[in-house]
Design a protein around this ligand. Structure first.
Ligand code: NAD
Ligand code: ZN
Ligand code: ZN
Length: 368
C-alpha cells in the first residue's frame, strides 16, 4: 500500500513530504493508521545533527492511532483497537523489561536505524529502504510497526490528546516522579519548559513539592509553568538559584531537573550547584552524543553526596504508565488538553518545527 510521509534525507535539510510504499504486517507486527503525532524536540535533533540516525528516515515518535491489521501471532491488540505508541518498545521479556525497567528494553537497540526488531524495513521507495524514527515514523498516515511499540488505551479518550502520552508527558512527569523521586515538601528546580518540562512541573506538583522553581528564557513558557502549578519562574538560572537559596534557608534544592532543548555544560553546572546535600540532578534533555557536557567538581558530589543521573522515557514503564497517565487525565488530575498550543497538517511539519524553534509552542501536534 501507499502512505504519505514526512522524510528526512539528511541533517540540516527540511522534512520532505513524499509518498512511500508500505509493507503490510509480518509476524509480531501491526499496521497502524496514525490519528496524531506530537512535534517533540528529539526529531529536531535529527534535523540539527545532534542525533545521527540511519538516513533516509520517516520522522516522528510521539504517535497515537487505530490498529487496522495485525500480523501472524499478534495477541496484544486487534483491528479497531485504539493505541498510543511507546517510543521505546517494550518486549516484556528482556532483562530490563522483566525487572520493571521497560524504558531500557533491549529491543530499543534498533532505534538509530529505525528498523523492525529483526533489522528489516517496512517503508520503501523503489529499491531504497526508509527507517522510522524510534521504530515508529509517526509523521506518516500509516506505518507497520512492532506490536511491542503499541499500548492499548481506553477508546473513549481523544487520540489527538492521548498522543502526548507517547513521549512528552511520561518523559517529563517521570523525570520528576520516578527519576527525581520528588516527595512531599521537596524543593524542585526545573530547567526548560517545553513539551517535557511542563510535565515535569505536573509531576513535581502531583508529588507534593513545596516549591517548584522553573527557568526558561521564554516568557510564554514561564507563564504556562505558573498556570500548571510552578511556584516561581525565572528567565535565568542565577536569579532562580538566589531564590532557591532564600526559600530553603541556604540548604539548596532537593532536585534539579534538566529538560532544556539542548543540554550544555552551563546548565549542568547550574543544576549541580543549585541542589543541596543529598540532592539529585536528572538529565533528560539531549545533546550531541559526541560532546562532553558534564563538567562539575567531583568533590562537590563526594562531600555533599550529590547524584547526577540520566533518564529515558521518565524512567517509566510504558506498558503501565501510558495507561496510568491517561486515567489520571480522565479523572481530571493531569492536564493534557492545555499542553497543545497549535495543531498542524502533515504538510505543515516544517512550519510546526519553526514555531518550536521560535519558542511559540509548548507542544505542536499533527492531526491526520
Ligand atoms: N530522555 C528522554 O526520554 C527524552 C524524551 C523526549 C525528548 N527528550 C529531549 O528533551 C529535551 C526537551 O524536549 P522538548 O520537546 O520539551 O523541547 P522544547 O523545545 O519543547 O523545550 C525546551 C525548552 O527549553 C528552553 N531552554 C533552552 N535553553 C534553556 C536554558 N539554558 N535554560 C532554561 N531553559 C532553556 C526553551 O526555551 C524551551 O522552552 C530535548 O533535548 C529532547 O530531545 C528526551
Ligand atoms: Zn520525544
Ligand atoms: Zn524488553
Amino acid at each position: 500500500m501507499k502512505t504519505k510521509a514526512a522524510v528526512l534525507f539528511e541533517a540540516h535539510t527540511p522534512f520532505e513530504i513524499i509518498e512511500l510504499d508500505l509493507d503490510g504486517p509480518g509476524p509480531g507486527e501491526v499496521l497502524i493508521k496514525y490519528a496524531a503525532s506530537g512535534l517533540c524536540h528529539s526529531d529536531l535533533h535529527l534535523v540539527d545533527g545532534a542525533l545521527v540516525p540511519r538516513f533516509p528516515i520517516v520522522g516522528g515518535h510521539e504517535g497515537s492511532g487505530i490498529i487496522e491489521e495485525v500480523g501472524p501471532g499478534v495477541t496484544k491488540v486487534k483491528p479497531g483497537d485504539h493505541v498510543v505508541c511507546s517510543y521505546v518498545p517494550n518486549c516484556g521479556t528482556c532483562r530490563y523489561c522483566s525487572t520493571g525497567r521497560q524504558s531500557l528494553c533491549d529491543m530499543g537497540a534498533r532505534t538509530p536505524e529505525g528498523s523492525m526488531p529483526d533489522g528489516s524495513f517496512r517503508f520503501h521507495s523503489g529499491k531504497e529502504d526508509f527507517g522510522g524514527m524510534c521504530m515508529l515514523g509517526t509523521f506518516s498516515e500509516r506505518a507497520t510497526i512492532s506490536e511491542h511499540s503499541v499500548v492499548k488505551v481506553d477508546d473513549w479518550l481523544p487520540l489527538e490528546t492521548a498522543v502526548l502520552v507517547g513521549c512528552g508527558v511520561p518523559s517529563g512527569w517521570g523525570t520528576a516522579v520516578y527519576a527525581g523521586g520528588v516527595r512531599a515538601g521537596d524543593t524542585v528546580v526545573i530547567y526548560g519548559i517545553g513539551g517535557l518540562g511542563i510535565n515535569a512541573v505536573q509531576g513535581a506538583v502531583s508529588s507534593g513539592a513545596k516549591y517548584v522553581v522553573v527557568v526558561d528564557p521564554v516568557a510564554m513558557k514561564r507563564e504556562a509553568a505558573l498556570k500548571f502549578g510552578a511556584t516561581h519562574a525565572f528567565a535565568d538560572a542565577a536569579a532562580a538559584a538566589e531564590k532557591v537559596n532564600e526559600l530553603t534557608w541556604g540548604q539548596g534544592a532537593d532536585q534539579a531537573l534538566i529538560l532544556v532543548g539542548t543540554v550544555d555544560e552551563e546548565v549542568v553546572q547550574n543544576a549541580t550547584a543549585v541542589i543541596g546535600k543529598g540532592g539529585t540532578v536528572v538529565i533528560t534533555g539531549l545533546a550531541d552524543l559526541t560532546k562532553l557536557t558534564v563538567h562539575v567538581p567531583s568533590a562537590d558530589l563526594t562531600l555533599n553526596q550529590k547524584t547526577i543521573k540520566g533518564s529515558l522515557f521518565g524512567s517509566a514503564n510504558p506498558q503501565y504508565d501510558i495507561v496510568r497517565l491517561l486515567r489520571l487525565y480522565d479523572a481530571g488530575q493531569l492536564k493534557l488538553d492545555e499542553l497543545i498550543t497549535t495543531k498542524y497538517t502533515l504538510e505543515q511539519v516544517n512550519e510546526g518545527y519553526q514555531d518550536l524553534r521560535d519558542g511559540k509552542n509548548i507542544r505542536g501536534v499533527i492531526v491526520y
